[in-house]
Design a protein around this ligand. Structure first.
Ligand SMILES: O=c1ccn([C@H]2C[C@H](O)[C@@H](COP(=O)(O)OP(=O)(O)OP(=O)(O)O)O2)c(=O)[nH]1
Length: 156
């Protein structure tokens, strides 16, 4: 359910299906690879999906991995989530990576390899200042709150 109008989509590869949700209410629509590809352990490849879209300004397309392929084969997206800018009209591509250390992943043309989510984004401007306001977190990050034996608190 959205108040955005339907997003224009071109099938650059008419034999591949229009991306759809696996179930009503799913956040993403599945993207297919337009090519056969075998990824050895640790290998990556940029694959086409055969589709191009015209996203409205104020939205972004995010390319996420599919959790089933990630859990079962170690397949992910190198730059997850990939960013599809509203002004982009080229073919959506997915930079896949096989994180498994032993087994190759074989993908066939038409396999659903990733998912595309469309979200609204704030197109903010930035205002350079000399000082930022104080907060409880301050400049703490990168595990500063602990929660794991390997995350040693600064100063301890
Ligand atoms: O997973 C992705 C990521 C990006 N793109 C396309 C759409 C996006 O609008 C464009 C540029 O992506 P990004 O800004 O992430 O790449 P860049 O390396 O900064 O390239 P550029 O200099 O063209 O912005 O490439 C994809 O098809 N798939």
């Amino acid at each position: 359910m959205t108040d955005l109008p339907p997003i224009p989509l071109r099938r650059l590869d008419p034999e591949l299906p229009v991306p759809t949700r696996a179930h009503p209410g799913d956040a993403g629509v599945d993207l297919c690879t337009s090519v056969d590809v075998t990824l050895g352990p640790g290998e990556r490849a940029l694959v086409g999906t055969g589709i191009a879209v015209a996203l409205p300004v104020g939205t972004v397309g995010l390319i996420h991995p599919r959790s089933g392929l990630a859990a079962k084969f170690g397949l992910s997206v190198v730059n997850a989530p990939g960013t599809v800018d509203a002004g982009y009209r080229g073919e959506i591509k997915v930079c896949l990576i096989n994180h498994d250390t032993e087994r190759a992943v074989e993908l066939r043309r038409g396999d659903r390899i990733a998912q595309l989510l469309v979200q609204r984004v704030e197109l903010v401007e930035f205002d350079e200042v000399d000082e930022l306001d104080d907060t409880a977190r301050g400049s703490g990050g990168y595990g500063s709150s602990g929660g794991h034996a390997g995350l040693v608190k600064e100063g301890s």
